[in-house]
Design a protein around this ligand. Structure first.
Ligand SMILES: [Zn+2]
Length: 125
């Protein structure tokens, strides 16, 4: 992962980048007509098609991120105390970027692992 951010935030970043790229290509393609006249029409067409594909790709990424965020697990970050969402077993906190994990084997913290609440032991006779 290049960006030190939560997976949902990373998806949003890539979606935004693709949207910007698509819009930029469309604007550049249209500007090609202004600058190069007739020859620019080919550049404009190519730019518009690639721009449209990039915009569609970003739409899919946004949609995917939305679908993933509905299935994400909400946890209280032990570092900053804020409510964050986790994708998969390991993810970063959205706010302080601390790596959080559900897998006790990957945890390297000295604090005791968070145990799921167990029912009280049955009284022995
Ligand atoms: Zn946090």
């Amino acid at each position: 992962m290049i960006f030190k951010s939560a997976k949902i935030n990373a998806f949003r970043t890539w979606g935004l980048l693709l949207t910007m790229l698509g819009m930029g290509l469309m604007i550049l393609g249209t500007a090609g007509i202004v600058f190069w006249g007739h020859a620019g029409k080919v550049i404009a067409a190519v730019g518009l098609v690639i721009g449209l594909v990039a915009m569609l790709g970003s739409l899919i990424i946004y949609f995917w991120a939305g679908m993933l965020s509905t299935s994400a697990v909400q946890v209280d970050c032990p570092e900053c105390g804020k409510l964050t969402k986790m994708l998969g077993k390991t993810d970063r906190c959205m706010f302080c970027h601390t790596i959080l994990t559900m897998d006790p084997n990957k945890a390297n913290t000295m604090s005791p692992p968070v145990e799921p609440s167990t029912p009280p032991a049955a009284p022995s006779k």
